[in-house]
Structures are given as C-alpha cells and as structure tokens.
Write a protein that binds this ligand. Sequence first.
Ligand code: NAP
Length: 294
Amino acid sequence: MNIAIVGLGLMGRAMAQRLAELGFTVRGYNRSPLPETWLSRATAQAPTAISVAPSLMQAVTPAHIVWVMLADFAACEAVFLAPEHQSLWRNRLVINGSTISPDQSRALAQSIHALGGRYLEAPVLGSTPQAQTGTLQILLGGASADIVQAEMVLGALGTPTHFGDVGQGAAVKLAMNQLIGSLTAAFSLSLGLVQREGVAVGQFMETLRASALYAPTFDKKLEKMQARDFAHANFPLKHLLKDLRLFAAAAEHRHINTQIVHALTDTLAHACQEGAGDADYSALYAALVPPAAP
Ligand code: NAP
C-alpha cells in the first residue's frame, strides 16, 4: 500500500519509519529541509527506504492514503487549503493525526468533503517510541467505511478505537492531554515540597505507589525531574501548552470552569518564554519548583 506522510516532524518521522519497516511504500513531505542525519539513514536503507518528495503534490499523487502529522490547526489549514493543493484531496482518504480541537477537526472535515475527499480524525496517544513500535492508541472520529479502508495502516501504527463522529476522537485526545498537564503539575508540586523539607524521595515514592493516588507517569518522569535534565524531548513543552489551550477553549465552549487549566497554561507559556519550549514536557517541574535559593 502506498502511503503519503505529510509532516515529518518527531512523530511523522517515527510513523514513516514504522510503516516502511512493515513493507508499506512510504513517501513523505515536509515544509522545511530535514536533519541530514535522519535523511541519509531513512532514505538509504533498502528495503525499508522512505522517499522524501520535494513537493506535497509529488508525495500525495501516488498515495492511496494520506496521513497528516502537522503541528497544529494553522499548519493543517496551510497544507489542506492552499489554492494549489485543493485538487489533491479529491477521491483521497486523508487521516489527520495532528492534535487539534473538535471544532477545528470538524471544520477541516467539512473543507475536505467539499473538495471531494474523505477525512478521518486520528489523533494518537503515545509518543515516538510507541510510533516506532506500532503501539500507539489511535483515537478515531469519522465514518466506519473509512476506518475499514485504513485498517492496515491503523493496525501497523497501534490500536485504534472508534469513538464516533469527527470531533469525538479529538475531544478524547484533549481530555487525555489535559491529564498529562494536570498530573505532571500535581506530581511536581508534591515532589518539590518533600524535597525542600528534606524527606527521602524514595520513601515518598514508596508511600505514593502504595496509595490510590499513584499514576505510572510519576515514575516515568521522576528521574528527569530529579536530575533537572529535560533534553531529548519526545513530546515537547510547547505542544503541551498548545493542547491545554485547545482544551480550555473547547471546555469553555461546553460551560466547564477552566480556571485551573488557565493557571497551568500561564505557567507553561512563561516556561516557553524562558526558552523551555522544545524541552520535554516534564520541564513543567522546573517551572513550578525552581532551583532552591542558596
Ligand atoms: P513537530 O516535531 O513539532 O513537527 C511539526 C510538523 O508540522 C513539522 O513537520 C513542521 O514542519 C510542520 N508544520 C508546522 N507548521 C507548518 C506550516 N505552517 N505548514 C506546513 N507544515 C508545518 O511535532 P510532532 O511532535 O511531530 O507532533 C505533530 C502533531 O502530533 C502535533 O499536533 C502534536 O501535538 C501531536 N502529537 C505529538 C506527540 C509527541 O509525543 N511528539 C504525541 C502525540 C501527538 P517544519 O519542519 O517545516 O516546521
């Protein structure tokens, strides 16, 4: 099967690699030049080579399915709706894995349908390691017939769950990412206090693990927080900020009180201004628990 991957950022690259390893013919497209280290490896390794097309049209034209993995709604609009790209979607199935809001996804679906194409919403849970091993959770919104057509690709990348119409997969994705932000903030604050009070972190963690309050993400990020080393991000802080802003807007639209989420987005926005946008999202700890005063 011939797949186009539009957006070869962290996730798009990992997905392209996974699909090529499983025997799909993968042609990628990215707006900007890609890192030479990745490019030379990914395009040279027969039989799993990925070809990178110089234009969107050249990536999409031979494809049965177009998987889109772009940063945000503005990027999706720029790619889908540019006048020179509008004829590309006719009779094609576009699967959008980008994290956007339910309303934004519904608007894109409408535009793609108006251009004669089909649109499946497929935001994912998990990061680059899960994309590389085909263990993503794929949160689908759209028509069952499109899911049947995409079955092989979805199965290659992870476990799909069909939630309902376009917008409902996006809603679940934002709900989950709100938990990433809130759980990371909650854990950071509690860890910060016990550290500042001189309590042994190991003892604190044993108590936490034995309680109903434990979440596995705490242990996943503990080492980075203790070392204050947030390099090598799979999911950068700037994308968590984008997702929490999307959550706040979607939740306000549904008359949910989002004061707590706004406190979190303010903290994340400040951390981005201070240069932590590309750091791992667990850098939220450093924003909440700055290094102790001497
Ligand atoms: P990323 O590394 O920042 O890549 C973003 C991609 O979007 C790049 O290919 C970038 O192209 C492209 N892009 C941005 N603005 C554009 C524009 N105006 N026109 C055309 N292309 C544009 O992001 P990522 O981590 O791969 O994430 C992609 C999406 O998946 C995001 O919505 C993110 O929230 C979501 N997601 C990420 C993770 C994760 O762990 N990283 C997990 C689940 C979901 P350039 O290279 O030219 O900038």
